[in-house]
Design a protein around this ligand. Sequence first.
Ligand SMILES: NC(=O)c1ccc[n+]([C@@H]2O[C@H](COP(=O)([O-])OP(=O)(O)OC[C@H]3O[C@@H](n4cnc5c(N)ncnc54)[C@H](OP(=O)(O)O)[C@@H]3O)[C@@H](O)[C@H]2O)c1
Length: 250
Amino acid sequence: MSFKNKTVIITGGTRGIGKELCYEFAKKGCNIIFTYARSSKEAKIIEEDINKLGVSAIAKKLNLLHLENIEEFYKFLNKKNIKIDFLINNAASGVMKNSLDTTEKHWDWTMQINIKSPWVLSKKISNIMNKKGRIINITSPGSTKVMNNYFSIGVSKAALESMTRYMAFDLAPKDINVNSISASLLERDAIKHFPNQDEINNILKRPNPKQKKLIPNHIAKVAIMLCSEGGDMIVGQNILVDGGDTLLLR
Ligand SMILES: NC(=O)c1ccc[n+]([C@@H]2O[C@H](COP(=O)([O-])OP(=O)(O)OC[C@H]3O[C@@H](n4cnc5c(N)ncnc54)[C@H](OP(=O)(O)O)[C@@H]3O)[C@@H](O)[C@H]2O)c1
């Protein structure tokens, strides 16, 4: 399978799952446009590294907190006449508090980055997508299950999964498949921000039925599968990648 002459946009490509997505798609011959909010140094290193793999890599600053940045990004793509094959809405942020301590400001912040901006970006990019286009939203089981201090992010992920279904319906006639990948908890930088570290570490330590640690590469491989020919008739689905973890009654 090769993605030669195809182009993917990956939001939040500087860390964790996003970074892994950049490398995995590049290894398949795909040109990479990845975005970041703050990590310009890291972005430069990844951009240079991926260019060495023989594909084109472009790192662009795109803070999803402000919609005008999306407009600017879209103008940049149009100016360069770049057509897109795949968009992966991976970037996310959020305030780690429970539903009672979360303020309206926290709520607005999380919803802007995790749901409103991915919707606006998806709408825009769908206008410049080639046939057999794919949009993938990265979500988490916190959309349907409760995790301490995950309130606003969990709600935003539930909205993202719903958005996936609605946009899948609207974009399917244009030959653009929209799906989401739900990743179980991974050992990543982001989880260090949880105030309840012991609880998080216990979740990470508990064995799943596969008896295998989930790593970002597992998520990236599923994204590759969805973007390949095999994903042609997968529309509006949420693919859970957790080694069977959520099957268990805990
Ligand atoms: N980690 C997990 O256990 C886990 C589990 C399930 C689902 N997920 C989901 O997987 C995705 C990636 O998570 P991760 O933990 O791998 O990554 P991460 O370490 O949290 O990195 C997040 C990425 O998003 C970017 N970002 C942060 N705030 C942004 C903003 N305001 N505007 C634009 N970009 C912004 C960051 O850019 P900078 O580096 O420039 O800040 C970074 O590239 C997220 O959607 C997350 O919810 C993660």
